[in-house]
Structures are given as structure tokens and as C-alpha cells.
Design a binder for this molecule. Structure first.
Ligand SMILES: Cc1ncc(COP(=O)(O)O)c(C=O)c1O
Length: 366
């Protein structure tokens, strides 16, 4: 039995240590310019992020939730519309749909990928359906060929929820460049995280991009001249400055996450179910989610050895109290419900060491 070692779930201090000089400089530059709202750092980061994802536009907003909500709104989704998404997602996806006044329609996941089941999606479409919000959950792009084919067949909008999938690729293209628009979150623990809240919308649509720039800023094109009813949802300049420092490191960090995923799988696959990405998909392992019938016991054992874990998510969206009004019940989405009792997210971040991975694997294999 080796000595106990604390393994945090994420370790932002380890990420920041080697780039702390650059981060300090970037923040000081914003303070020196005093352009805290929108301004140079936001403009530059938007251009860099659009180039990184491969879209014509990127519009910085306050949060990932707001990115989904504003993207839906910019494409005219609202009251009377139905928007389909997966029951296996963080609640923000669902709450963004309700925020624009549309009705969320939830569907089950494909148990092999944990992402939306394209057949279940197709079966949920009716005359009120306006849009699909596929979620690239845990960092794995959804089956985009299948989802986009369904969308095209029915003339539906696709707003990707890429909040967990910065840098992931599907058949060589970045997640976030496939739909009419895509939403990203820069919540600190995301693969690309700010020092607070932040979000981004990517799109190739010039009209929507223009609309989104208005919507996030009180509907104003010129100060104190308000063209449309908007809101205040701007990406903060200090956050943009931090994100500009981090963006060039993202592909390297994601590659390290993939190496750690392989290392976990090599040590664990005989005892628990480990995630696998099908050919053509570059998973970025925002979360490394294993499955076991003894989930609670395993989590307990890891906690006793000071290994932090998470469950994403313990209660599927359709069984959340906040969604009771939608009328779903236990048993509606069997794959999602079965997974929620079995899944466990292990520590995952680029700076994870081989010793930590060995220690976690040893604790699981018991
Ligand atoms: C899948 C998903 N969608 C949306 C969000 C919302 O992002 P934010 O917390 O920045 O509002 C998150 C993360 O928090 C998420 O994981």
C-alpha cells in the first residue's frame, strides 16, 4: 500500500504556474489601457478564436448559458417553438432553451457515446420543432453526420453546445464549426477556462453575427442608440486577455488529456468501462467518465484515498425538479438513467502526472 496522495479533480494552479508571467502581463495591459468593456483584448480574442474554430465570426459573451440563449434568439427561436436536446446534459442547455421562451424536448443518449441518439432525435420531431441543440458532452463531438442529416431533412436550425469541447475535432474539423452557430463556455475548469465566467458564440452567418453583437450590448450599434431590445452579456476584457494567453496552449493541453485518457484506459479497461472515441473523432476529454456497477463504493474508496471525483450528472435533466413542468418521468430515457447511476468522472487535466494516474488506477482496481 503506497502512501496517500491528494489528487484534485482539476488543478488550475498547476496550469497557471508555467504561464503566470504572461498572464500577469496580459492583465496589466488591460489595466494600463483601461478598456475594460469590449475593447482591444475582446476584439483580438474574438478574431483568434474564430480562426481557431474555423468560423467567420466569434462573438464574446458573458457565459456559456448566455451563448446558447443568444444564439437561439439571433436565429429567431422563441415562444411556440420546440427545441430538441439530450436529457444527458448540464442543465444550462435546457435552461437556455426555456430562457428564449421555447419548449425543451429531451431525448435519450446513445449509450456508446453518452451523446444524443440520432434516431431518438429524429423520432421527436414534429411541426413545432425549430432547432436542435446537440451537446458535445464530456469533450466528444456528437455524431454530426447523422444529426446534420436529420436537421437538413426537416429544415431545422442546429446550435451546437460546445461548452465542453474546445478544440475537439470531427472528421478533421473543429466542433463549433458545423451548426448555424455554436456556444462555448469559459467557466474556469473548462478545457479553455477564464478567471471567472465567460462565453463565446461562433458562426459563419454574417447577419446573425451582427445581431449577436447588438443583442449582447443593449441592442446598441452606436452608444445610446438602441436598434433592438438586447441585454448585457459581454465577455469581460480581463477574461479575454487571460483567454488570449491560454488559447495557444489549448491543443497541447488537449493532446495531454488524450494521453492521460489512454493511460487510464490501459490500466482500467479490464475492471470498469472506459470511454472510447470512434474513428474520425478527436475527443478532448473535458471529463474522463468511467462506468461501473459499484459506482458509489468506488467513489467512496477514492475519497478515502484523497482522490477527488465527480458525477456528470447524478440527476438527468428530465428528472430535475426545475423540469417537472415538462412532464417527463423516470423510465422515459433508459440509457441516460442507467448511466446516471453508474458513471464516475476521474481527475483529468493536462498536468496530471503518471504517478497520479497510477495511484488512481490502483485505488480503483483495489
Ligand atoms: C454542456 C454545457 N452547456 C452549457 C454550459 C454553461 O456554461 P456556463 O457555466 O459558462 O454558463 C456548461 C457549463 O457550465 C456545460 O457544461
Amino acid at each position: 500500500m503506497i502512501a496517500t496522495m491528494h489528487v484534485p479533480f482539476v488543478d488550475l494552479r498547476a496550469q497557471h504556474a508555467p504561464i503566470s508571467g504572461e498572464l500577469d502581463r496580459a492583465v496589466r495591459e488591460v489595466i494600463a489601457r483601461a478598456d475594460f468593456i469590449l475593447g482591444a483584448a475582446v476584439e483580438r480574442f474574438e478574431a483568434e478564436y474564430a480562426a481557431f474554430i474555423g468560423t467567420r465570426h466569434a462573438i464574446g459573451v458573458a457565459t456559456g448559458l448566455s451563448a446558447i440563449e443568444l444564439a437561439l434568439g439571433a436565429f429567431g427561436v422563441g415562444a411556440g417553438d420546440e427545441v430538441i436536446t439530450a436529457a444527458n446534459t448540464f442543465i444550462a442547455t435546457v435552461q437556455a432553451i426555456t430562457a428564449v421562451g421555447a419548449r425543451p424536448v429531451l431525448v435519450d443518449m446513445d449509450p456508446s457515446s453518452y451523446t444524443i441518439d440520432p434516431d431518438a432525435l429524429a423520432a421527436a420531431i414534429n411541426s413545432r420543432t425549430r432547432a436542435i441543440v446537440p451537446v458535445h458532452l464530456y469533450g466528444q463531438p456528437v455524431d454530426l453526420d447523422a444529426v446534420l442529416a436529420v436537421a437538413r431533412r426537416h429544415g431545422l436550425l442546429v446550435i451546437e453546445d460546445a461548452a465542453q469541447a474546445h478544440g475537439a475535432r470531427y472528421k478533421g474539423r473543429r466542433a463549433g464549426s458545423f451548426g448555424h452557430a455554436a456556444a462555448f463556455s469559459f467557466y474556469p475548469s473548462k478545457n479553455l477556462g477564464a478567471f471567472g465566467d465567460g462565453g463565446m458564440i461562433t458562426t459563419d452567418d454574417d447577419r446573425a453575427a451582427e445581431q449577436l453583437r447588438l443583442l449582447r450590448n443593449y441592442g446598441q450599434r452606436v452608444k445610446y442608440h438602441h436598434a433592438i431590445a438586447g441585454t448585457n452579456s459581454r465577455l469581460d476584457a480581463l477574461q479575454a486577455a487571460v483567454l488570449r494567453v491560454k488559447l495557444p496552449h489549448l491543443d497541447g493541453w488537449n493532446a495531454a488529456r488524450r494521453r492521460h485518457a489512454d493511460a487510464y484506459a490501459a490500466r482500467l479497461a479490464r475492471r470498469v468501462r472506459t470511454p472510447t472515441a470512434p474513428a474520425g473523432i478527436e475527443h478532448v476529454y473535458h471529463l474522463y467518465v468511467i462506468e461501473t456497477g459499484q459506482r458509489d463504493a468506488v467513489q467512496h474508496r477514492l475519497r478515502a484515498r484523497e482522490i477527488d471525483t465527480g458525477i456528470h450528472y447524478p440527476v438527468p435533466a428530465h428528472l430535475q425538479e426545475a423540469c417537472a413542468w415538462l412532464g417527463y418521468k423516470a423510465g422515459d430515457f433508459p440509457a441516460t438513467e442507467a448511466a446516471s447511476a453508474r458513471i464516475l468522472s476521474l481527475p483529468m487535466y493536462a498536468e496530471l502526472t503518471e504517478a497520479q494516474i497510477d495511484y488512481v488506477a490502483e485505488a480503483i482496481n483495489g
